[in-house]
Design a protein. Structure first.
Length: 297
């Protein structure tokens, strides 16, 4: 006996996800059906009248059931797009967010406007997670030598898989460390970070698919959410080369507190702040005060 057609399976999966109050039910159902059948979205349309066998039906049912139970869409799919590339993701890593592309955009803008020379440019990515920042940077800028740090060995394993996938594993050194790599004399031209920045007390109120599935070590920024900024800002000065730049993603309400902390610390020029596409503060850029300017001031 013939099973349901692709068209019917899609309809049924969409209805189940709608009942589970999933906002993009149709989109997610399409992705699950396509994934289960190994088809592209275009193939799904072209083959809408094709009947499914029991095995195929079961695979679709498995994915939809996981989503109904609250598992994040991208973890079920096992990948997420960032900078138009696919990154493997799972519960070991934060799934990369579109806002983080603003950090990458600003970095590329700055690095491409430096006076040209052939010297390697050293970049440190603190809290690399899936490796999205380190990997896209390496792909975009040939001169980069990248060090990617994470405290989680499980996250580093995923980041290395992604680096292999995108063929830049030989240009990125992965280090398991607490924020900074242990080679203290090494200096960088750029330090980039998207650190954990949710205040601990806000974690219980996060949407369930974030709170119950994404690693808390990637979210929890301490009592006011600013622990990592304080540690990175106070230590980055001694890890940057003269003229070096520290760039961090921030939470939308954090810019002023971070600016104030950095100003008390000294060593940095007034930071530039960039907004995301929703108009929210998202990236802060700190240039070191060069020693000459410092002594004059
Ligand atoms: C918000 S996630 C960012 C992941 C990735 N860079 C991105 O933008 O999608 C923060 C990352 O920092 C890592 N992390 C947390 N504490 C750390 C520490 N003390 N030292 C290094 N990495 C840390 C977490 O494991 C997590 O992978």
């Amino acid at each position: 006996m013939n099973g349901p057609r692709i068209r019917d399976a899609l309809q049924f999966a969409t209805q189940r996800l709608k009942n589970a109050r999933i906002a993009s039910a149709r989109l997610e159902a399409t992705a699950f059906v396509a994934e289960s059948l190994g088809l592209t979205h275009t193939d799904l349309i072209l083959q809408a009248e094709t009947s499914l066998d029991a095995h195929q039906e079961e695979r679709i049912n498995d994915l939809v059931t996981r989503r109904e139970k609250g598992e994040p869409f991208f973890y079920i799919l096992g990948r997420r797009e960032f900078w138009s590339l696919d990154f493997k993701v799972g519960p070991q890593v934060l799934s990369p967010r579109p806002e983080t592309e603003i950090l990458l955009e600003q970095f590329l803008h700055i690095v491409r406007n430096r006076p040209a020379d052939d010297e390697p440019i050293r970049l440190l990515d603190i809290g690399t997670g899936s490796g999205c920042i380190a990997i896209c940077s390496a792909l975009e800028v040939e001169q980069l030598q990248v060090t990617a740090v994470d405290i989680s060995t499980e996250a580093l394993r995923i980041a290395m898989e992604n680096a292999n996938l995108h063929k830049v594993a030989d240009r990125i050194r992965f280090v398991c460390a607490d924020l900074f790599p242990p080679y203290e004399r090494e200096r960088f031209h750029f330090i980039l970070s998207n650190p954990p920045y949710i205040a601990s007390e806000d974690i219980p109120g996060l949407p369930a698919d974030i709170r119950d599935y994404e690693p808390h070590g990637a979210l929890d920024g301490g009592c006011d959410g600013l622990d990592f900024y304080r540690k990175i800002i106070s230590n980055a000065k001694s890890r940057l080369l003269a003229g070096g730049v520290l760039m961090m993603e921030i939470g939308e309400t954090q810019a002023e507190a971070i600016r104030q902390f950095a100003s008390e610390q000294g060593g940095y020029q007034t930071p530039d702040i960039y907004k995301d596409y929703a108009g929210k503060d998202r990236v802060m850029v700190f240039n070191l005060i060069n020693p000459q300017a410092q002594s004059v001031g």
